[in-house]
Ligand binder design. Structure first.
Ligand code: PMT
Length: 221
């Protein structure tokens, strides 16, 4: 029996990678499987929240009982997140959003040609950073996948994006971050507190994160 401590709350969760096409065959992406974000969506649903899951391309099935929105690119994810942000009490951005997209999308398939080919990239908007500027009473949770100086880099993101929590994964650790069934995270709070979680399967990790989030949402009530 799980506590129904999120009853009445709207959770907006993002998961998976984005695909940034450079022709009709090839995309620029990351190794995110979506497992972490889907686990957060399931955990929030199982504790009574109304959940919207916005997902980039993954091989996972949409969790039942969750409003599911599939997107491909970072720009599509931005649009979908913005559409649902108004009603959200908590936004959890577990997606690995591509920071760049190919400047041009070529029609058809780029043919094999010279020895070297340069692909020009353009910055994608930072969804979380933009929403951090107008978060109102919402709780904003970001993820950060880092290698080296993980806590410092994650804290810099928390501050830059005006987050309440950032979940830092050290991708150099075995069993953490992209693709794996487990994660090892350090949760950083805006007030300077820090909680280290052990290696856990992603659903258990999601429940431990939600324990922390639930306390913060209740405190603000
Ligand atoms: O999907 P899995 O295989 O289970 O792996 C989980 C994960 C490693 C993908 C996930 O736990 C994770 O860490 N996601 C964030 C990956 C990341 O490196 O994010 P970032 O450091 O680029 O961005 C920081 C935060 O800003 C993230 O919450 C991200 O969603 C958000 N962001 C980033 C770029 C951008 N253009 N817009 C954003 O909103």
């Amino acid at each position: 029996f799980l506590p129904q401590d999120l009853k009445g709350l709207n959770f907006l969760v993002t998961a998976g990678p984005t695909w940034e096409p450079w022709d009709e065959v090839r995309v620029l992406t990351s190794r995110s499987s979506g497992k972490m974000g889907y686990a957060v969506a399931r955990a929030a649903r199982d504790r009574g929240a109304r959940v919207t899951l916005i997902s980039g391309p993954t091989g996972l099935l949409p969790p039942p009982g969750v409003e599911f929105v599939r997107v491909t690119t970072a720009l599509e994810m931005k649009e979908a997140v913005e559409q649902h942000f108004e009603q959200a009490d908590v936004l959890v951005m577990a997606a690995a959003v591509s920071d760049y997209r190919p400047r041009e999308r070529v029609a058809g398939k780029i043919k094999k040609g010279p020895e070297r080919l340069t692909l020009e990239l353009e910055r994608n908007p930072d969804i979380l950073e933009e929403l951090g500027k107008k978060k109102g009473k919402r709780l904003l949770v970001g993820f950060a996948a880092e290698a080296g100086d993980v806590v410092d880099k994650a804290r810099a993101k928390l501050e830059a994006k005006n987050l309440d929590l950032v979940v830092a994964n050290d991708i150099t650790q075995e069993g953490a971050g992209f693709g794996s069934d487990t994660n090892i995270v350090t949760v950083l709070f805006a007030d300077g507190r820090q909680v280290q979680l052990p290696r856990l399967d992603k659903l258990t990790c999601a429940h431990r994160l939600i324990d922390l989030v639930a306390k913060m949402v209740r405190k603000d009530d």
